[in-house]
Every structure is written in C-alpha cells, then in structure tokens.
Design a protein around this ligand. Structure first.
Ligand code: NAP
Length: 243
C-alpha cells in the first residue's frame, strides 16, 4: 500500500485532500500539532476506504525533531503534501520577533527543513511527488501582509528550485498558488466571489497532481489577476493600497 504524507493535516483543506487520496486507496501519514484530535476523522477514513492512517505529532517550531520525525514513517511516502501555514497579524509581526518567526517557520523554514530530509531519501528510489501549498500573497509584497507574503514567496522559490533539481530524478514537484479559501463567513461580495470551498480546492490540487502540473493557481483566474498585479510598475504600486 502506498502512503501519502500530509504535513499540516488539521485544516479543512488538508482533511479534504486526505479524504480524496484515501478514496483512491492511498494510506496516509497525517502530521500536525496535537494530531490526536484527528482520531475520529482518521477512523472514518479507515472504515470508509480500508486504508491505513497513522497520526504523527509534528510541531514545526521544534527544529530538533525534524530529522527524527522520519523514523515515524514505516515506509517512505510516495507523495508529500505540505499544507502548513500561519497568517500572522502583520503589525504585530513587524515588532514582535516571535509572531514573525511563527509565520516564517510554518510557511517556509519548517516545510523546507522537512522536505529536505525527505528528498534525501526519495532521491535514492527516484520516484514520488511533492506538492507545496503557497499563496498569491507570495507573488508581490503588499503592506497588508508582507511578512506572510515574504515567507510564501520564499516557499514558492524553494519549490521552483526543487522542481528543477529533482526533474532528472523522476520526482515531480507541484506548486499551488492559492487564492482565498472560503470559510463561509466572507462579508464582502468580491471576497465571496473570489473564494473557493476547501473541497473544490482539494479536488483541483489532487487532479492536477495526477496530471503532473508544475504550477497551478487555484482558482485558475488568479493567474491572470496576479499577472496584472505583478506588472503594475513599482512607482505606481508603492502608492497603492491593495487589500
Ligand atoms: N485560508 C486561505 O484563504 C489561504 C489562502 C492562500 C493560501 N493558504 C495556504 O493554504 C494552506 C492551508 O490554509 P488553511 O487556511 O486551510 O489552513 P490553516 O487553518 O491556516 O492551517 C494551517 C495548518 O498549519 C498548521 N501549522 C501552523 N503552524 C504550525 C507549526 N508550527 N507546526 C505544525 N503545524 C503548524 C496548523 O496546525 P494547528 O492546527 O496546530 O495550528 C494547521 O493545521 C496554508 O499553507 C495556507 O498558508 C490559505
């Protein structure tokens, strides 16, 4: 039975991704802080799909556990989905190192560290895939959220380099540039229009992973919105207040 490892498995999006891979017959390693809170969810996956699900505690802030965490994996996973993230309070993150570091760790440093250790092992068998969930906020820095954005930007760049590095080794790397996930509480009409339900995002991610796509925007229209935003000249952009 092949395994998929989901790093940061507690969000609605990650749970939907887990459900879809389980429905395709893949067993799962699900990681997160206080991961036992997913016990009921994992029992449901086991009974619905007859797969194995192993819950593994992993706090990305605990750097010294990143390497030893690999010992928890009985077999090397075929695929890795990295779905961790932390959206900090921008103003707080500008003056409080811990708030800034929490964002850097959840969005960039932690995922890079874990993926690096896994890649070392995957390279030996020359097969597998890695999906990293990044954000449109990483496409161009805005005053609203540039601490988060810079971490996601770094992650997007890491994934690009990794894809280039692993191409010859038959390991596929897909970057997900995600727009807004709907949590059902969007107040503005525009936000509602541009938000996507976690299940739809999950289905898009898994479908495109099976098609071996390199970089996807979810939803697709974000590719064009971000193309436009990235091409606004800097002398104009610096005066703007894009929410
Ligand atoms: N929500 C959006 O509109 C949106 C937009 C663009 C991109 N994204 C990205 O999409 C992904 C999923 O987003 P989401 O909003 O559905 O998820 P979320 O609710 O922000 O959850 C992210 C996950 O990351 C985990 N996490 C955070 N810090 C961690 C740490 N130090 N160690 C281990 N796990 C940690 C959280 O675990 P705990 O439950 O333990 O905190 C949680 O399971 C993230 O990468 C996010 O940045 C989201």
């Amino acid at each position: 039975m092949e395994y998929i490892l989901i790093i940061g498995a507690k969000s609605e999006l990650a749970k939907n991704i887990a459900d879809i891979y389980a429905s395709k017959g893949y067993s799962l390693y699900l990681t997160g802080r206080d991961i036992q809170s997913l016990s009921k969810f994992s029992e449901t996956l086991v009974s619905n799909y007859g797969v194995n699900v192993k819950l593994i505690n992993l706090d990305l802030n605990q750097y010294d556990t990143h390497k030893t965490f690999l010992k928890e994996l009985e077999t090397l996973p075929l695929g890795i989905i990295c779905a961790t993230g932390y959206y900090p309070n921008q103003l707080k993150a500008q003056i409080e190192t811990n708030e800034m570091l929490n964002s850097m760790t959840a969005n960039l440093i932690g995922p890079v560290s874990i993926i690096n250790y896994l890649v070392e092992k995957m390279s030996r068998i020359k097969k597998g895939f890695i999906v990293g969930i990044s954000s449109i906020s990483g496409e161009r820095g805005r005053k609203k959220n540039y601490i988060y954005g810079s971490a996601k930007s770094g992650f997007t760049t890491f994934l690009s380099g990794l894809r280039n590095d692993l191409f010859d080794q038959n390991i596929h790397v897909m970057t997900v540039i995600l727009g807004f996930i709907s949590d059902g509480t969007e107040s503005s009409f525009i936000k509602k229009m541009l938000s996507t339900k976690p299940r739809d995002v999950a289905e898009t991610i898994v479908l495109n992973q099976t098609k071996c796509k390199d970089v996807i925007y979810v939803k697709w229209y974000w590719r064009y919105i971000m193309f436009f935003i990235k091409n606004i000249p800097e002398f104009i952009f610096k005066r703007m207040d894009i929410k």
